[in-house]
Ligand binder design. Sequence first.
Ligand SMILES: [Fe+2]
Length: 283
Amino acid sequence: MERLTLKLRYCYGHVKNHLMGGIMKRKKGVPQASHTAGETHFSSEGVSLEFLGQAGFLLKGKEGTTVVIDPYLSDCVERLVGFKRMQPAVTAPENICADIVLSTHSHLDHLDIDAYPAFISRPSTFFIGAPDCEEVYRSLGISKGRYKILHEGESFSHGDVSVRAIYADHGELAPDAVGFLIQMDGLTFYNVGDSGLAVQRILKSLGDVKVDVMMVPINGAFGNLDAAGACALGAAVRPGKLIGCHFWMFIEQGGDPAMFLAESKRQGLNGIIMAPGEVLKLS
Ligand SMILES: [Fe+2]
């Protein structure tokens, strides 16, 4: 594990150098699932949540507002770190017409530097990220007026969506990492981001809020919650739905979704594991 941790640390430094050098080669040919997600995949009625694989989700509001969280749609992690993606991308980034793209931190599986150019090419797309995302945003050429950096506790509204940064404990791998509380169409979503078990600190950051849908990592490696920890945090927050994510994208990553479902049930939580590309209708 230490070896992998060192490898990841190396990777982020390498990526930084890579970006600073202005070399942005995009590898083509990432395997994709047969259906198309994003703008063509949703009915226009109600609120929907699509799982994009890894920690990625796409929220679609009643009026079509689209919020994308941590989409990993390329193979930049394999290209730069050597971790091969084990699931096809549910769609190409060019197919996603996002109003807002969120990144909980700058690691490649959350801020996909090979997918971002497609998001950036849509002038109406706005970006919201943790403090460590700003350097990457600038390197990718995102102008100052098109993004907002949120430190823990800070909020920002864009259109009919409000976002608040919540404490996350991703350790020294990403000390600036945050989770996001997203409110849209009367529903409250909490994406934990990458985090270990810091229940009291996270509860303090969340405050008195009723969460409808919570998305939590379950892989139990690289500073993240495992299935039991994800359920312990879920039991403290008591969301309407608790969706386990961040597993099985890479062989090195781990994760036990069956244990997550069993532990959710044992604790009286509405635990859900979604298949990549699966859509949950919420209203
Ligand atoms: Fe991650």
